[in-house]
Design a protein around this ligand. Structure first.
Ligand SMILES: Cc1cc2nc3c(=O)[nH]c(=O)nc-3n(C[C@H](O)[C@H](O)[C@H](O)COP(=O)(O)OP(=O)(O)OC[C@H]3O[C@@H](n4cnc5c(N)ncnc54)[C@H](O)[C@@H]3O)c2cc1C
Length: 481
């Protein structure tokens, strides 16, 4: 059977490795960029690193005792992914520079027709989407943005040709990427003006170089796995507040407040850096050097809303700040599992119509009316507290068992039933309502325009792992058997 994977990040590569191991050879990995790697190819800004310990932010079947830091930098994670591709000899399966722009299900042939940006089309039996949620840079709508004449770029498209040394630099946004690159550039620039709309909650980052002795020890049989398991359970305890009772989030709040108080002594600055929303309803960030960077004499935090960008300056709160360079640390336009694309399922059903009341999928993987279309990191399978690679692996295993079901039953396709999907998603949304993300008047990218959480898994990850261990055949309709 022909299988098409879209995307070459952790999701697409993990899927390809498992397909190959199970004896599938007729598959392609379509990637719109010129190289593999997803997030870790695109984000090359200074200080870019994961915020989940590397021994856990990696595949369980491809342990790496050699990580140099507890939280590895971008180049090292990208190199890890390239090594995986080489080791599993996946090279010939990639089609780079191939952007999927449409998928249309042919009911009579039980196949998908895939259309690419180049206008080519081909047919495939199954499509597995690993397109990621965070790869389209988001820019703020600020009047005059286009009139700025200096260099301006987004953190996810860092322009390394722009010399920042000695320049007056503005950073717009104080999210996960910004708090990583601000400390790195603060020491080079003449002045740094940080425009903050919403203060993030920040906790200490236990990031150290992995000592040589530990690295050697991790090479002993079983040691990296044991270390990884320890990290897993430590991180799961962070989910207690998310998964059980929002009141437990108080512990996180105390930790973050102490971190802020320990690093920022100026009471006015501290007040402006104190978030005004419930901790946890947006991602909690980790950093040891962000607050100290804000203490530097050449760095200022501006919390007035930006009203205009002019050719050489930014105006906020009636004050004009002259700048030479603007860096947008304004995050991503969140992609909801292909929702913006032309996807037409059975009987001409458009994905936008299937999702008119909100984006959802059964286990985050299958949507009724779209047979043999599987999502990796689809709706409600993102995480606020631990590594998404864990979720990806659970989904890869689940999709493999869907493929096994197809092969055992000799069906051409499987389609999740509306009843199974409805029951699953109703339960999920009920649970989400009780949790921290629905509290505190928090606006975050986790929520859609109706305030419905479309992004996060509402519990412990071992629960998701257990639920996706096996496919329930009665949740799916077999087609063409
Ligand atoms: C700076 C940064 C740091 C992060 N740190 C962490 C972390 O510490 N821990 C964590 O759990 N998560 C983190 N994340 C989230 C991160 O995105 C995921 O961990 C993970 O990398 C997602 O992998 P993926 O394969 O699903 O998606 P991606 O890595 O985004 O890969 C998707 C790929 O699909 C390709 N693609 C998209 N659309 C198409 C199309 N239509 N046709 C063809 N190709 C397409 C893209 O070009 C891309 O290569 C971070 C994200 C960012 C941006």
């Amino acid at each position: 059977m022909g299988i098409t994977i879209i995307g070459s990040g952790f999701a697409g590569i993990g899927m390809a490795i498992k397909l190959k191991a199970a004896g599938y050879h007729d598959f392609v990995i379509l990637e719109k960029a010129a190289e593999l790697g997803g997030t870790w190819r695109d984000n090359t800004y200074p200080g870019c690193a994961c915020d989940v310990p590397s021994h856990f932010y990696s595949y369980s079947f491809e342990l790496n005792p050699g990580w140099t830091r507890m939280f590895s930098p971008q180049e090292e994670i990208w190199a890890y992914l390239r090594r995986c591709v080489e080791k599993y000899d996946l090279g010939k399966h990639f089609r780079f520079g191939t952007e999927v722009t449409g998928l249309e299900y042919d009911d009579s042939a039980n196949q998908w027709q895939v259309t690419t940006a180049a206008g080519t089309t081909f047919r495939t039996n199954a499509v597995i989407s690993g397109i990621g949620a965070l790869h389209i840079p988001s820019y703020p709508e600020i009047s005059g943005r286009e009139s700025f004449v200096g260099a301006a770029f987004h953190s996810a498209k860092w322009d390394h040709s722009v010399e920042l040394r000695g320049k007056r630099v503005a950073v717009i946004g104080t999210g996960a990427s910004a708090i990583q690159f601000i400390p790195k550039i603060a020491e080079q620039v003449a002045s740094l003006h940080v425009f903050q709309r919403t203060a993030p909650w920040i906790q200490p980052k236990p990031d150290i170089p992995v000592p040589d002795r530990l690295r050697r020890a991790l090479r002993l049989p079983g040691a990296t796995r044991a270390f990884r398991n320890t990290i897993y359970w430590l991180l799961e305890t962070r989910a207690l507040g998310f998964a059980l009772d929002p009141r437990l989030m108080k512990v996180h709040r105390v930790l973050a407040e102490r971190h802020l108080a320990g690093q920022i002594t100026d009471p006015d600055l501290r007040a402006r850096l104190t978030p005004d929303y419930t901790i946890g309803c947006k991602r909690i960030l980790l950093s040891n050097d962000y607050y100290p960077a804000l203490n530097r004499p050449n760095v200022e935090l501006i919390t007035d809303g930006i009203t205009t960008i002019r050719d050489h300056s930014i105006v906020a709160g009636g004050r004009e700040t002259p700048v030479d360079v603007i860096i947008y640390g304004t995050g991503f336009k969140v992609v909801d599992a292909l929702q913006d694309q032309r996807i037409i399922g059975r009987g001409g059903l458009k994905i936008q119509d299937a999702w008119r009341h909100g984006v959802e999928a059964y286990h985050g993987v299958s949507t009724p009316g779209f047979p043999n279309l599987f999502f990796l990191l689809g709706p409600n399978t993102g995480l606020g507290h631990t590594s998404v690679v864990f979720m990806i692996e659970a989904q890869v295993r689940y999709i493999m068992s869907c493929l096994r079901l197809l092969s055992h039953t000799k069906a051409a396709a499987i389609d999740v039933t509306p009843a199974a999907s409805r029951a699953y998603n109703d339960r999920l949304q009920q649970r989400l309502k009780r949790l921290v993300w629905s509290e505190g008047g928090c606006q975050s990218w986790y929520l859609d325009e109706h305030g419905k959480n479309r992004t996060l898994w509402p519990g412990f990850t071992f629960e998701y792992w257990a639920r996706t261990r096996k496919v329930k055949p009665d949740a799916y309709r077999l087609i063409g058997s």
